[in-house]
Design a protein. Structure first.
Length: 211
């Protein structure tokens, strides 16, 4: 999968076991990805976007570079949403999800805007400025978890080569009355702990159910 991958992380939380349940920082992690190609079950790849909202947790199986518990999952790829739904995850197919990066060039400030509109719920916008880098910083493994009636879903994404920039300044905006607004305690969330903007050329997500 060829992909542009962006990640805004506002550090520490949620069970299965929270990393820092009493830390004076936001517990919310937002990961967004804009992909040149998403391939599901070996099918032909097509462009698409993914947005995940969750919280950082203690690794249940002590694997991965970061482990998160998933609260909401949105994608423009209908097949991906369906396959995750089949496993019990409440993945949302949001075809009009918008992802804009301008001018989409490395080593200079870029305007980033990610909008999750209806039928996505809760709806929100993530916008600000990022400075992409093409300098590789190693590999990265992110594991997302979700408890369902079928068991615990484990979504393991391995990125063999990733270029990570810490030069990012984005803010999340949502309806304060929404479930997301209630979670963050208002209409906006600045990511004060850590923010990253990542680029990579390929990644693979393996999804399993843990009884």
């Amino acid at each position: 999968m060829n992909a542009l991958y962006r990640c805004a992380v506002a550090a520490a939380a949620a069970a299965i076991a929270l990393v820092a349940p009493y830390a004076a920082v936001s517990p919310v992690v937002v990961r967004t990805a804009d992909c040149q190609g998403i391939a599901v079950d070996g099918r032909k790849a097509k462009p698409g976007s993914i947005v995940q909202i969750g919280a950082v947790i203690v690794p249940p199986d002590f694997q991965g570079d970061i482990n998160n518990y998933a609260f909401w999952y949105y994608t423009t790829d209908e097949k991906l949403a369906q396959r995750l739904q089949d496993l019990g995850l409440a993945a949302q197919y949001v075809e009009p999800l918008r992802y804009d990066l301008d001018p989409a060039l490395p080593d200079v400030p870029n305007d980033l805007s990610v909008v999750v509109p209806r039928p996505g719920s809760p709806r929100f916008m993530l916008d600000g400025t990022v400075v992409p880098t093409t300098t590789p910083s190693g590999s990265f493994e992110a594991i997302w978890w979700s408890k369902t009636s079928a068991g615990t879903i484990r979504m393991d994404t391995l990125v063999p080569v990733i270029a990570t920039s810490l030069n990012a300044d984005v803010t999340l905006t949502t309806d304060p009355a929404s479930a997301l607004g209630q979670l963050i305690g208002g209409a906006t969330l600045p990511f004060v702990a850590i923010q990253q903007f990542n680029l990579f050329g390929a990644a693979h997500m393996a999804v399993t159910t843990v009884p």
